[in-house]
Design a protein around this ligand. Structure first.
Ligand code: XMP
Length: 317
């Protein structure tokens, strides 16, 4: 990875010359590593744009700004577009339509912000090898689309920008090694993958509202908190909560409750292309379930997803 880093820095410098580069920063591992690599290669020729969809996990938006703007001194535009995203998705429950709407809205907002900072010659993307082969065949031929993974496809042509994709040949574990090599904080580099459409694809079968997003965000942060406390975070590839479109009857004290059910998901994987469900100890799951039911208003039942990939996918939508 040390050699890869030097080689990619040289490649980026040769490709970009004195040009300006825009990088879409999401707070995830991939775009963070791209931003750090490019900043090292070309310094202030890089501008990062963080389109805040409102579908981030608890505390993440704030962290993106504090790490990149304050600590790394990278030029960063933070656009809160949560209102717009919710508006565009109003009433939509179809997974593919949601992905398409989120992708298109993301491009619109990104483009507007990119123009506002004076445009650029290049667009940097944290595309990884699995993204390349799972959505579109690597060689450009047709392949079955399982999910339209959200990215800024189409934008480079529209804005007449060339692509810079330094991670295109890497798998996730290699990106993490590269991130450490670049001096990114360990917690950021070790963070579980998070999909571009974020929490919006973890609320299947019902319209998205701030209310359901908040319920999911609270449950998810309890789950991750318990996983960290148990020292299991790094053993797991991805862990998250899904808010189910079903209400169930429960008892709380002396009264009846009628609230949402949620599903906990945790998988191990090396590249996201196949995955096994994580075999938690039942006592652990019970602890998480108790906390969620007691602390999150709106959820009264917790289930655990024991589907591996294939036949399931990692995300529910
Ligand atoms: P699936 O659900 O397809 O997920 O088994 C494989 C990996 O990809 C992530 N994922 C996405 N990442 N945009 C992304 O950037 C997306 O639309 C998207 N959908 C899934 C998923 O979280 C897992 O790591």
């Amino acid at each position: 990875m040390k050699a890869f880093r030097d080689q990619e820095i040289a490649k980026v410098r040769a490709q970009v010359g004195k040009g300006r580069v825009i990088c879409g920063l999401s707070g995830g591992v991939d775009s963070s590593v791209v931003a750090a690599l490019l900043h090292e290669a070309i310094g202030d020729q890089l501008v990062c744009v963080f389109v805040d969809t409102g579908f981030m996990r608890a505390g993440e938006s704030e962290q993106v700004v504090s790490v990149f703007r304050d600590r790394f001194n990278i030029k960063l535009v933070h656009k809160d577009a949560s209102e717009l995203f919710l508006d565009k998705l109003k009433g939509e429950t179809d997974p593919e339509k949601k992905r398409k709407i989120i992708g298109a809205t993301f491009i619109d907002v990104f483009e507007e912000e990119a123009r506002a900072v004076g445009g650029a010659d290049f667009l940097a993307q944290g595309t990884l090898y699995p993204d390349v082969i799972e959505s579109v065949s690597f060689t450009g031929g047709p392949s079955v689309t399982i999910k339209s993974h959200h990215n800024v496809g189409g934008l480079p042509e529209r804005m007449n920008m060339k692509l810079v994709e330094p991670l295109r040949e890497l798998f996730k574990d290699e990106v993490r090694v590269l991130g450490r090599e670049l001096g990114l904080p360990a917690d950021m580099v070790g963070r579980h993958p998070f999909p571009g459409p974020g929490l919006a694809i973890r609320i299947p079968g019902q319209p998205l509202t701030r209310e359901v997003l908040d319920i999911l965000r609270k449950a998810d942060s309890i789950y991750l908190d318990e996983i960290r406390k148990a020292g299991l975070y790094d053993e797991i590839w991805q862990a998250f909560t899904v808010l189910l479109p079903v209400r169930t009857v429960g008892v709380m004290g002396d009264s009846r409750s009628y609230d949402y059910a949620c599903a906990l998901r945790a998988v191990t994987s090396t590249d996201g292309m196949t995955a096994d469900f994580y075999p938690f100890d039942m006592a652990f799951i019970g602890r998480v379930a108790n906390r969620i039911i007691n602390e999150v208003k709106g959820i009264n039942r917790v289930t655990y997803d024991i589907t591996s990939k294939p036949p399931g996918t990692i995300e529910w939508e």
